[in-house]
Design a protein around this ligand. Structure first.
Ligand code: AMP
Length: 147
């Protein structure tokens, strides 16, 4: 089997994120692969479709949230020794953006947690499930337990 050359960690900054991040770093070291990180600011959190498209974006709030998320991303990247040009901060649907970043950067393994912020009610979280279904490269879902 060919070894992985470029691994993408999908980071949602949830409480279990460290376990997922550690696994991604370990794998990158093991395969001597490049490690990138992507965080997606979910636009569902800042717009509410129920109010319709007429509601304007609160640009100040969006910029503030984006700046805070970028800081967290940079902190995590520093911890994992990930270069600045390998940090991706995107906005939109997490699963679609994770897949897009992976495809555009020739990623051959995406590492996600089995669950993130959205709880443990399902067997697999919706982002993890979406990435597993639609990614064209390998996907590792790190099993997280609700403990
Ligand atoms: P979920 O499907 O939301 O329970 O999350 C499962 C995993 O998907 C998380 O452990 C992360 O690895 C990834 N993920 C979820 N949301 C995001 C996000 N907004 N940005 C990057 N990765 C995410």
């Amino acid at each position: 089997m060919e070894s992985y050359k470029h691994i993408l960690l999908a980071a949602d900054f949830s409480e279990h994120g460290e376990t997922v991040a550690k696994r991604a770093r370990d794998l990158a070291d093991k395969y001597q692969a490049k490690l990138s990180i992507v965080h997606v600011m979910d636009n569902l959190l800042i717009t509410d479709a129920a109010y319709g498209p007429a509601i304007p974006f609160d640009l100040d709030l969006t910029a503030e949230l984006m700046a805070a998320a970028k800081k967290r991303l940079a902190k995590l990247a520093e911890k994992l020794n990930v270069a600045e040009d390998c940090q991706w901060m995107e906005m939109g649907s997490p699963k679609l953006e994770i897949i897009r970043v992976a495809e555009e950067n020739k990623v051959d393994l995406i590492v996600v947690g089995s669950h993130g912020r959205h709880g443990f009610a399902l067997l697999l979280g919706s982002t993890a499930n979406g990435v597993l279904h639609y990614a064209t490269c390998d996907v590792l879902a790190v099993r997280l337990h609700d403990a």
